[in-house]
Design a binder for this molecule. Structure first.
Ligand SMILES: *[C@@H]1O[C@H](CO)[C@@H](O)[C@H](O)[C@H]1NC(C)=O
Ligand SMILES: *[C@@H]1O[C@H](CO)[C@@H](O)[C@H](O)[C@H]1NC(C)=O
Ligand SMILES: *[C@@H]1O[C@H](CO)[C@@H](O)[C@H](O)[C@H]1NC(C)=O
Ligand SMILES: *[C@@H]1O[C@H](CO)[C@@H](O)[C@H](O)[C@H]1NC(C)=O
Ligand SMILES: *[C@@H]1O[C@H](CO)[C@@H](O)[C@H](O)[C@H]1NC(C)=O
Length: 442
């Protein structure tokens, strides 16, 4: 354990040493800071163009501290306990193991055929010059994955409701789904919260409801940010209370896709029973550092407990984390993602923090799957991590902004190597979703 701590420190030292930005601004910023910054951004109305560089929206953070609490010693790197099989025990094809193969077809929607694309992810419209990244399809090792047929999907979903619950990647995902389905019938928005973070749409002829619920921690969290997304204090996270924004509606959804993770790395004060238990990165406070892995495990465990005891009759997916692809630096130090082709297996690895998060989510899910099947709850793994890891070419990069190099060809632009272009590889998550939904009717 001591060794682990040491490696974090030396890792951080090397980041600091090699990073003038950190010194220049006298702040330490977490390696996956982009995740926060982008995840942290206010959801914009799809039509509004925000130019705010997300640096300003970034909460200053510090080297992540892994809990040294011995009961957490399960969080080991590298991954363990997750057997990779292309055929599972029931003889079914594992949809999540495979590769990306060339695809001649066109995406179902384009830069301006879909009104649901958030400006920051509308890569074509923003001037991304290459198109090859649109011509790869996900190919599971032992079966064919058909492309999503929007009409068939809507038929299957007649009178049903689906909710995506999580952070801005869930928003990215729902926009992809809405775009694909809107080729058949336009979705009509029936609800949005004040900040357009939680929204609901209906496909009228199908009476199919799609919701996205903003709940980056899945637990009760107080987030202190002003209208520009600038944080004024640590997040207050209640480890023992789930977020009512989804629990209140839980019974009304037929399908749910949960996900979480990246927000746990931010500076946060942990509460239990309304008392402060400790924190993760709170240098100005005299609280015990508990490590984000401690909190993530605790919360995700509560989420799964809630689900497996719920007697829910629909289908509940847990979508695993999606990696970022910064190369030659991090988001704050000129990191880019300017590839135009998928990568080969093994070329990219999850960064250390993502590995911790992934091990926790898979470990907790594995236990939950057993309990769920005992209780008759239909909980399923939706594992996008590896297939996403192979798509360094699918991010907006500089094309987060409209024509980023219009004024200066060599201008400095902060890249988004976390979210996905629309259209883009994230569309295939919906092909997977359709396959898994079809499977339950088979
Ligand atoms: C955007 O969409 C329009 C029509 O849908 C198409 O003509 C145009 O080429 C697209 N732009 C890019 C950059 O692909
Ligand atoms: C959907 O609901 C309508 C109205 O309640 C009903 O007529 C129809 O049969 C339902 N369709 C399906 C596929 O459940
Ligand atoms: C921090 O808390 C510990 C134990 O609660 C206490 O002994 C110590 O004096 C505190 N330090 C400061 C600077 O308040
Ligand atoms: C991609 O970015 C790197 C710097 O991170 C740069 O050296 C390289 O030339 C870029 N490639 C393209 C095709 O723009
Ligand atoms: C994911 O990729 C890694 C590295 O390429 C590999 O070791 C692991 O077995 C893969 N897992 C799955 C579920 O495909």
């Amino acid at each position: 354990m001591v060794k682990k701590m040491y490696s974090w420190k030396s890792w951080w030292r090397s980041v600091s040493k090699n990073n003038f930005f950190v010194l220049k601004f006298g702040v330490s910023i977490l390696l996956v800071g982009l995740g926060f910054a982008l995840l942290y951004n206010r959801s914009s109305d799809f039509s509004s163009v925000s130019d705010t560089p997300f640096l300003e929206n970034t909460q200053v953070s510090q080297p992540p501290l892994i809990s040294l609490n011995s009961q957490e010693s399960g969080d080991q790197i590298p991954s363990q306990g997750y057997e990779v099989k292309s055929i599972d025990s029931s003889g079914k094809c594992n949809l999540f193991v495979g590769d990306w193969v060339p695809y001649q077809g066109e995406p179902l929607y384009t830069n301006n055929s879909c009104s649901f694309i958030e400006e920051h992810q509308n890569c074509m419209k923003n001037g991304r010059p290459d198109k090859d990244y649109l011509h790869w399809r996900w190919n599971p090792l032992n079966c064919e994955l058909p492309r999503l047929e929007p009409e068939r999907f809507l038929e299957l979903m007649k009178n049903k409701s689906l909710a995506l619950i999580g952070d801005s990647i869930s928003r990215n995902h729902v926009q992809s789904l809405l775009c694909m389905l809107s080729t058949v019938e336009n979705a009509v928005e029936v609800y949005h919260d004040e900040e357009y973070k939680s929204r609901r749409w209906i496909f009228p002829s199908y009476n199919f409801m799609v919701s996205v619920i903003w709940s980056p921690f899945l637990a009760k969290a107080l987030i202190f940010e002003d209208v520009n997304g600038v944080s004024t204090s640590e997040i207050e996270l209640h480890l023992d209370e789930l977020d009512q924004s989804w629990t209140k509606q839980f019974d009304t959804f037929d399908y749910m896709i949960f996900s979480s993770g990246k927000w746990f790395i931010k500076g946060t004060i942990y509460y239990e029973n309304n008392h402060i238990l400790g924190c993760h990165y709170c240098p100005k406070r005299n609280f015990t550092e508990l490590g984000f892995n401690f909190a993530f495990r605790r919360v995700i465990n509560n989420v799964f407990d809630y689900i497996v005891q719920s007697k829910h009759k629909g289908i509940i997916f847990y979508r695993t984390l999606t990696p970022d692809h910064f190369e030659n630096g991090q988001w704050f130090s000129g990191g880019t993602c300017n590839r135009s082709l998928p990568s080969k297996g093994g070329e990219f690895e999850l960064n250390e923090m993502d590995q911790y998060l992934r091990n926790i989510e898979l470990g907790e899910l594995e236990k939950a799957l057993r309990k769920a099947s005992e209780n008759g709850v239909n909980l399923k793994l939706f594992d996008v991590t590896n297939l996403s890891l192979l798509r360094p070419d699918g991010h907006p990069g500089p094309y987060r902004f409209f024509q980023p190099f219009a004024k200066d060809k060599n201008g400095e632009v902060i890249n988004d190597c976390l979210h996905w272009c629309l259209p883009g590889p994230i569309d295939y998550w919906n092909d997977l979703l359709m396959e898994m939904v079809k499977d339950t009717y088979a």
